[in-house]
Design a protein around this ligand. Structure first.
Ligand code: SF4
Ligand code: SF4
Length: 214
């Protein structure tokens, strides 16, 4: 039996699913790469201002500087994206057709994934990473997932709202991450934003009908 829980550390939530990393044969975990068991870690992490602010609040300015200096990072005015691997050659050769799913993801790998899974503590990931669940897990949770779904939507709305507000703060001060990185970080550290009020969610026992664990 597997479980899903909500874990929170200082305004940063995680949907902790005990099945993640053990999934094989799920649509989202399909991999045409050498690394097969990478779950749905095909995402190229995009750190929005709200993620940067949360990470600064836990005292990890060093990590923000580290990702900003990676050769595979793309710094934009109001976010930092860390690019991963995409086997475009294989994709162009195979181009699998899948209904309602972007099949390029089968050929992608997050730069923070290593053989033991994600090498970042969850507090250092952008929020979509921590709250994403594949359709198979959601389905296996049944009706009980509704409270998690609502929490996810509310936290995303909170992030969008305060992300816009932080961008406006930078604009009002005529600075951005591309042209004034250090000043932007200094300002983000100073701005106060209220924390999200998380609900207490009950653990869900997940039961897959045809469990394929490896
Ligand atoms: S969300 Fe689903 S596909 Fe992604 S790692 Fe967890 S079980 Fe695997
Ligand atoms: S940051 Fe971690 S959890 Fe997010 S996609 Fe990359 S390896 Fe997966």
């Amino acid at each position: 039996m597997h479980s899903l829980n909500l874990v929170v550390h200082d305004n940063i939530p995680l949907f902790k699913c005990s099945y993640c990393g053990k999934c094989f044969g799920f649509l989202e975990s399909t991999s045409y790469l050498k690394i097969k068991m990478r779950g749905c870690c095909w995402y190229f992490p995009k750190y929005k201002l709200i993620d940067i602010k949360n990470i600064l609040n836990i005292g990890r300015e060093d990590f923000i500087k580290e990702i900003a200096n990676l050769t595979n990072s793309k710094i934009e005015k109001y976010h930092i994206e860390v690019l991963g691997y995409f086997d475009d050659e294989k994709y162009n050769k195979l181009k699998p057709q899948v209904k309602d799913f972007d099949s390029t993801l089968f050929f992608k790998l997050c730069p923070f994934f290593d053989k033991n899974g994600c090498r970042l503590d969850f507090t250092l990931r952008p929020h979509p990473c921590n709250l994403y669940l594949c359709r198979e897990v959601i389905e296996a949770c049944g009706l009980e997932y509704e409270s998690y779904n609502r929490e996810r939507k509310d936290y995303f709305a909170y992030c969008n709202y305060y992300n816009d507000l932080l961008a406006k703060e930078l604009q009002n001060n005529k600075i951005n991450l591309i042209d004034n990185f250090d000043d932007s970080i200094k300002l983000l550290k100073q701005v106060h934003i209220p924390k999200f009020d998380f609900r207490r969610l009950r653990e869900i026992q997940i039961k897959f009908e045809n469990e394929i664990a490896v």
